[in-house]
Design a protein around this ligand. Sequence first.
Ligand SMILES: *Cc1c(COP(=O)(O)O)cnc(C)c1O
Length: 388
Amino acid sequence: MAFIPYGRQQINHDDIAAVVRVLESECLTQGPIVPQFEAAVAEICGPSVEAVAVNSATSALHLACLALGVGPGDTVWTSPITFVASANCALYCGASIDFVDIDIETGNMSISALEQKLATAKHHGLLPKVLIPVHYSGRACNMLRIHALAKEYGFKVIEDASHAIGAFYEDSALPVGSGCYSDITVFSFHPVKIITSGEGGMATSQNKQLIKRLRRLRTHGIAQCPEDDRIETEGPWQYQQIELGFNYRMTDIHAALGLSQTKKLHEFIARRRCIAESYNKTLAALNIACPLPSSYSAWHIYPIQVEKSERLSIFKKMRAADIGVQVHYYPVHLQPYYRRLGFTPGCFPEAEKYYAGVFSIPAYPALTAEDQGRVVSTLEDLVGRRPI
Ligand SMILES: *Cc1c(COP(=O)(O)O)cnc(C)c1O
């Protein structure tokens, strides 16, 4: 029996042909395809949105923090149940990081924990400069509430939507990335995510000043349109570095794959939803807690909960049965590096409780009904049915 991974890319001939066309062209990078990929992602997100492509979501998070002015002396808050990049970006800027505990029902940042933490922080004059909610598993956080809190307390918002391109906000049905509730939204195109460019990321925003800053920071801090910046140049040869930026550019080779994949986004999401719905039905009878149903989530992962005392043994047996389960996530604040910053077990009890019983089972567009059946029957053998 073949190994079933927890997630994987789906690449077809048209994706390959698109990449080959770039390889045969003049421009391997900084050609016409990156702007086309940016326009395609902006269109997925909605009107008035602009997008800036970079070489990873990690780079996009870093630039988003810089564009919002995060620096030494500032604090950024994110969720502890995420990939480390959601927190590392603040530290790259010399800022401090803190976390807001999660809602165990969704794995997303808890709005009530956020409200409490903001009230306390305000009292002590320690409000965050930026909040980074993470749309865990592809399910959007309650951005209406987060947006209202951002206005009330005066912080900026970066949505880490690495799991959530193609998802919609539950209460407005607007696409994630529309920029209605936040300053900047970040997507990842790593192969395990919803659509891929090999490596790659994108930042979207409705704010033209932020977009301009992101573009400049992506390429060394060099002015992209000297006319806009009212810079006198000494001749057509001159480029002007305005601030300290990076080379975080995406190549046209990667953008060609990403652009080709955007055409299949809706099909991929529909498949992921079908898989999630089918799991929700077939797993309901087992000794497992399934994620809440959602027709708005992008279903990047399908995380289930088992008895904490049995998680390790079930996980190992699933792997032994060639089923590539994975844990999303080991709480960021418990990583050795973050413990050295002073975080300890017990800091975010809901996140730790969530982590203790969770693992993700295979869910990706190319997962066959047969393989999905094998996942379910293997689980059934291991956890058993609920007593009736
Ligand atoms: C994958 C991921 C990232 C980082 O994405 P890269 O493109 O690999 O840099 C950041 N945040 C979350 C929540 C992710 O899942």
